[in-house]
Each structure stands twice: as C-alpha cells, then as structure tokens.
Design a protein around this ligand. Structure first.
Ligand SMILES: C[S@@+](CC[C@H](N)C(=O)[O-])C[C@H]1O[C@@H](n2cnc3c(N)ncnc32)[C@H](O)[C@@H]1O
Length: 153
C-alpha cells in the first residue's frame, strides 16, 4: 500500500516471528521509515486510526471474530478490508464440516483454523456504518471483502 501511495503503515501481529519477518522484509524493500510493526492482539489493542485497515487471512486464525471485527473496524477511517475463507463458497462449506478433525491433526500445537460466518461479519460492519464496496474470489475457498465507511469515496 505504501508503494501504491499510502504515506505510512502499521502492522500488528500476535506472533513475534511474524513481526520480525515483516520488519526484515520492509527493511529489504526500503520501507523501514514508513512501515512499523508491533506485537499485539488486534482484537483488544488500542489501534491507531487509519484510512485503511486490512486483515489478510487473519480472522480465520482467531476464535472470536466479533471482538476482532469490532475493535479493528473502530480504527478504520475509510476502508475495512479482509480476506477470509468464505462460507458462501461450496468448498469452504465442505471444509467447515471437517474442521473438528483439527483437534486430532493439530493435537500437539495450539494452531486452529476458523471459518467464520461472513453474513454475520457483514451485518456487524453494516451496523457500524460500513457498506460492502466489493467482493472478489481468490482461489477456491477465499474471498476478499472491501467495506467502505459511509461517505468514503
Ligand atoms: C495465516 S497468517 C497470515 C499472515 C499474513 N497476513 C499473510 O497473509 O501472510 C495469520 C496471522 O494472523 C495473526 N493473528 C491471528 N489473530 C490475531 C490477532 N487477534 N491479533 C493480531 N494478529 C493475529 C497470526 O499470528 C498470524 O501471523
């Protein structure tokens, strides 16, 4: 987004490894002065107000989508964008049926994948004054949703 014209960007992640990786990638790309990355929980941290908030394949790694959407959307001045496994898509619906198997497959670790109800995310955002601006498919299971704040160009 900085390369496309954003003046600065802040990234936040629960994982120290991801924060370090993002820092080194942005340094390699010459963006260190304008991009910063912090350890934190996007569902609870006090977030700086930004024109655009992006959750790229993040909601699906967190159990409580309501608090995450509420907290992160409160930081979005103009656009709120997220990519999720889309439960309106056929293959994603099938995947949701087999999600309980994770308890067996990942029994040693704490990683869990969630398929949250996109209609509920949408109505939550609409209740906060956002409207769906665009939705596009990515691969077989993902969709990218772009919501605009009322009055955003
Ligand atoms: C599948 S990865 C996607 C990372 C990156 N957006 C990408 O597309 O490469 C999901 C990331 O979301 C982070 N995450 C999950 N819940 C989070 C939360 N509540 N606050 C901040 N980061 C979170 C995880 O730590 C993980 O790094």
């Amino acid at each position: 987004m900085i390369r496309s014209g954003a003046s600065s960007a802040i990234g936040i992640d629960l994982s120290p490894t991801m924060v370090r990786l993002a820092q080194s990638l942005s340094a390699e790309g010459g963006l260190s002065g304008r991009a910063s990355f912090e350890l934190g929980d996007g569902a609870t941290a006090k977030l700086k107000k930004s024109d655009v908030v992006v959750l790229d394949a993040v909601l699906c790694c967190y159990p409580d989508f309501t608090s995450f959407v509420d907290n992160s959307a409160s930081a979005a001045g103009r656009y709120y964008v997220f990519a999720v496994p889309d439960d309106a898509r056929l293959l994603t619906r099938f995947m949701r049926l087999i999600l309980p198997l994770q308890a067996v497959v990942f029994r040693r670790g704490s990683f869990r994948f969630f398929i949250h109800p996109t209609a509920r995310i949408r109505s939550r955002l609409e209740g906060k004054g956002f409207r769906l601006v665009s939705k596009s498919s990515a691969g077989w299971i993902w969709s990218v949703f772009v919501f605009g704040a009322t009055g955003a160009a």
